[in-house]
Design a protein around this ligand. Sequence first.
Ligand code: GLN
Length: 493
Amino acid sequence: MVELSDLTLMQAARALRSGEFSSRELTLACLERIERLEPRLHCFLSLTPELALAQADEADLRLAEWRKSPEVNLPLVLGIPVAIKDVLCLEGVPCTCGSRILENFIPPYDATVVRRLLSAGAVPLGKTNTDEFAMGSSTENSAYGVTHNPWDLERVPGGSSGGSAAAVAARMALAALGTDTGGSIRQPAAFCGVTGLKPTYGRVSRFGLVAYGSSLDVAGVLAQDAMDAAAVLSLIAGSDSQDATCADLPAPELPLQDEGERPLQGLRLGVPDEYFVGGLQPEVEAGVRRAIETLESLGAVARAVSLPHTPYALPVYYLIAPAEASANLARYDGIRYGPRQPADNLLEIYRRTRGELFGAEVKRRIMLGTYALSAGYYEAYYGKAQKARTLIRRDFEAAFNQVDAIAAPVAPTTAFKIGEHADDPLAMYLEDVYTLPANLAGLPGLAFPVGFDQLGLPIGMQLMGAPFQEATLIRIACAYQGATDWHRRLPAL
Ligand code: GLN
């Protein structure tokens, strides 16, 4: 029996190569763990055990061949069980986006990120729960029920990639794909005590990622540590003829394990005052500040930086993201997509299909977005928001002239209770205050655990970097994780 509790992706990859266990055995161990824990956690919207075992057997064949004549470049994810957020297409498997309107949608193709993982030999365990169309910060907006936080079943796992984060935290999968439009990889990573990597906008193809906010959406990774996240990113990144916004740049290389005592010698770390303001849970602030001290002890030089337009990020995001969503979601009309609700005329078909099959939050976003784009208000809202977005991006450009990375909290609080923000959308939006700026500016962000609060809930910190500087963030997080063991703690399940 494979002991999953302490096995990172990198360790599992080594064990598969040496023949310590097979991919089939590893996959069966994950499937058994899912069977045991899923009734309590509800991480998955669909499971794909047959596909997983077929892919595992194929990986075992490739591994056996490799052992006879070791080629150098066996992909790191070969034979590794992974989970996929249910807004990324996996051919032949339902892709619901957490919405009833896509209940019966079976994509006829793979998302590019999914295809790259599968052709490298990764083993897909299933599709993970998400807020409907990735709109939310808790998975409570999923039409198929909430995911429970493995550290406290009465709390949310964060969102929208909450199913992916909880599955990695509960060691059901060795890594998972997520998406981040305004924090949906980093915030659930922080709430579940795992590492979440949001790549630069344009680093990773969006082909087959069901669109929410097209200028903000990016696919990325949830994993146990930064090295594992880097291993997955190196496989999914890179240009794609199917996505013109995807940059033609080589994937970031894996960091070398730095053995020295001060692996971050000379690294300039910015600490923005604007991210340590009212509403920040004192224990979260203390955890992040302690982590910055640890980074300093590893050689980094911390200094204050200013990002003066930060207070505008929240209103700007909640104009731009709903505006883009209202356009992207127009296709779900019961004719092109969605189970058509019967009615006498076209308008009535639209009204019934969209009225009955979209959830409340999605409808709120469509209304907000349609309003912001309407002829009389376009300049006042959408146009203004775009200008403010430019100012937010320029703040970061100026800061990255002075520092190599920026350290900040991920979310103002640790995981909140299921239902706590149910009647207060604004309180829910405020959870995103520290993650939205990186999306508006298109920057990479990396979240990782830096401690626990008094209730035993994980505290996360994020690093933000200049465009395409993922390698810097990964190097910093690897150094931190080499010196600490927060990322190795396991929830008692
Ligand atoms: N919580 C934010 C929203 O609801 C971000 C979600 C995301 O990143 N997909 O828009």
